[in-house]
Ligand binder design. Structure first.
Ligand SMILES: [Zn+2]
Length: 122
Protein backbone atom coordinates (compact mmCIF):
# COMPACT_ATOMS: atom_id res chain seq x y z
CA UNK A 1 0.00 0.00 0.00
CA UNK A 2 1.30 3.43 -0.90
CA UNK A 3 0.91 6.01 1.81
CA UNK A 4 2.54 9.37 1.80
CA UNK A 5 3.16 8.81 5.48
CA UNK A 6 5.47 5.92 4.52
CA UNK A 7 9.15 6.77 4.48
CA UNK A 8 11.21 6.28 1.37
CA UNK A 9 12.49 2.69 1.14
CA UNK A 10 16.28 2.32 1.15
CA UNK A 11 16.12 -0.61 -1.30
CA UNK A 12 13.80 0.67 -4.02
CA UNK A 13 13.58 4.41 -3.30
CA UNK A 14 9.75 4.29 -3.37
CA UNK A 15 7.19 4.78 -0.60
CA UNK A 16 5.54 1.53 0.54
CA UNK A 17 4.69 -0.30 3.73
CA UNK A 18 7.99 -0.59 5.58
CA UNK A 19 9.50 -4.08 5.51
CA UNK A 20 6.98 -5.35 2.91
CA UNK A 21 9.30 -7.19 0.50
CA UNK A 22 6.44 -8.09 -1.89
CA UNK A 23 5.62 -4.40 -2.37
CA UNK A 24 9.31 -3.59 -2.65
CA UNK A 25 9.76 -6.21 -5.39
CA UNK A 26 6.66 -4.90 -7.18
CA UNK A 27 8.03 -1.34 -7.08
CA UNK A 28 11.42 -2.49 -8.37
CA UNK A 29 9.74 -4.38 -11.23
CA UNK A 30 7.81 -1.21 -12.14
CA UNK A 31 11.10 0.70 -12.16
CA UNK A 32 12.67 -1.93 -14.43
CA UNK A 33 9.74 -1.61 -16.89
CA UNK A 34 9.97 2.21 -16.80
CA UNK A 35 13.73 2.02 -17.40
CA UNK A 36 13.27 -0.42 -20.28
CA UNK A 37 10.70 1.90 -21.89
CA UNK A 38 13.03 4.85 -21.38
CA UNK A 39 15.98 2.96 -22.88
CA UNK A 40 13.84 1.92 -25.87
CA UNK A 41 12.73 5.54 -26.39
CA UNK A 42 16.35 6.75 -26.14
CA UNK A 43 17.47 4.09 -28.62
CA UNK A 44 14.77 5.23 -31.07
CA UNK A 45 15.81 8.85 -30.58
CA UNK A 46 19.46 7.91 -31.07
CA UNK A 47 18.63 6.04 -34.28
CA UNK A 48 16.63 9.03 -35.59
CA UNK A 49 19.48 11.42 -34.71
CA UNK A 50 22.05 9.14 -36.37
CA UNK A 51 19.95 9.06 -39.56
CA UNK A 52 19.54 12.86 -39.48
CA UNK A 53 23.26 13.36 -38.82
CA UNK A 54 24.23 11.02 -41.67
CA UNK A 55 21.87 12.87 -44.02
CA UNK A 56 23.23 16.25 -42.89
CA UNK A 57 26.83 15.08 -43.39
CA UNK A 58 25.93 13.84 -46.87
CA UNK A 59 24.27 17.18 -47.74
CA UNK A 60 27.18 19.19 -46.32
CA UNK A 61 29.62 16.98 -48.21
CA UNK A 62 27.72 17.59 -51.45
CA UNK A 63 27.51 21.31 -50.68
CA UNK A 64 31.24 21.41 -49.96
CA UNK A 65 32.05 19.61 -53.22
CA UNK A 66 29.78 22.05 -55.06
CA UNK A 67 31.44 25.09 -53.47
CA UNK A 68 34.87 23.62 -54.10
CA UNK A 69 34.02 23.19 -57.78
CA UNK A 70 32.69 26.78 -57.97
CA UNK A 71 35.85 28.07 -56.32
CA UNK A 72 38.01 26.19 -58.82
CA UNK A 73 35.98 27.69 -61.67
CA UNK A 74 36.35 31.20 -60.26
CA UNK A 75 40.11 30.68 -59.75
CA UNK A 76 40.43 29.44 -63.32
CA UNK A 77 38.50 32.48 -64.65
CA UNK A 78 40.62 34.82 -62.52
CA UNK A 79 43.83 33.20 -63.80
CA UNK A 80 42.68 33.65 -67.43
CA UNK A 81 41.72 37.30 -66.75
CA UNK A 82 45.10 37.99 -65.15
CA UNK A 83 46.82 36.45 -68.17
CA UNK A 84 44.73 38.68 -70.52
CA UNK A 85 45.57 41.71 -68.38
CA UNK A 86 49.31 40.90 -68.60
CA UNK A 87 49.12 40.66 -72.40
CA UNK A 88 47.29 44.02 -72.58
CA UNK A 89 49.83 45.63 -70.24
CA UNK A 90 52.72 44.32 -72.35
CA UNK A 91 51.09 45.76 -75.51
CA UNK A 92 50.57 49.13 -73.80
CA UNK A 93 54.22 49.16 -72.68
CA UNK A 94 55.38 48.27 -76.20
CA UNK A 95 53.22 51.03 -77.71
CA UNK A 96 54.46 53.48 -75.11
CA UNK A 97 58.11 52.64 -75.95
CA UNK A 98 57.41 52.95 -79.69
CA UNK A 99 55.70 56.30 -79.12
CA UNK A 100 58.56 57.53 -76.93
CA UNK A 101 61.15 56.52 -79.56
CA UNK A 102 59.15 58.23 -82.33
CA UNK A 103 58.80 61.31 -80.18
CA UNK A 104 62.54 61.30 -79.50
CA UNK A 105 63.31 60.91 -83.21
CA UNK A 106 61.04 63.90 -83.91
CA UNK A 107 62.35 66.13 -81.12
CA UNK A 108 66.11 65.45 -81.43
CA UNK A 109 66.57 67.06 -84.90
CA UNK A 110 64.59 70.09 -83.68
CA UNK A 111 66.82 70.37 -80.62
CA UNK A 112 69.97 69.99 -82.73
CA UNK A 113 68.64 72.60 -85.16
CA UNK A 114 67.90 75.04 -82.34
CA UNK A 115 71.38 74.46 -80.82
CA UNK A 116 73.00 75.02 -84.22
CA UNK A 117 71.02 78.24 -84.73
CA UNK A 118 72.02 79.49 -81.27
CA UNK A 119 75.66 78.65 -81.95
CA UNK A 120 75.59 80.42 -85.34
CA UNK A 121 74.12 83.56 -83.79
CA UNK A 122 76.85 83.83 -81.20
ZN1 LIG B 1 11.23 -0.92 -1.34
Amino acid sequence: MIHHSNTICDDCGERHTPGNSAECIEDLQKQIIRNKDEIAALKDENTALTVALTEQRRRMGAEYDNLDEKLKNVQSIAAREIQKYRIVMEKIKEEHDTYQRANWDYIMPLVEEALKAATDES
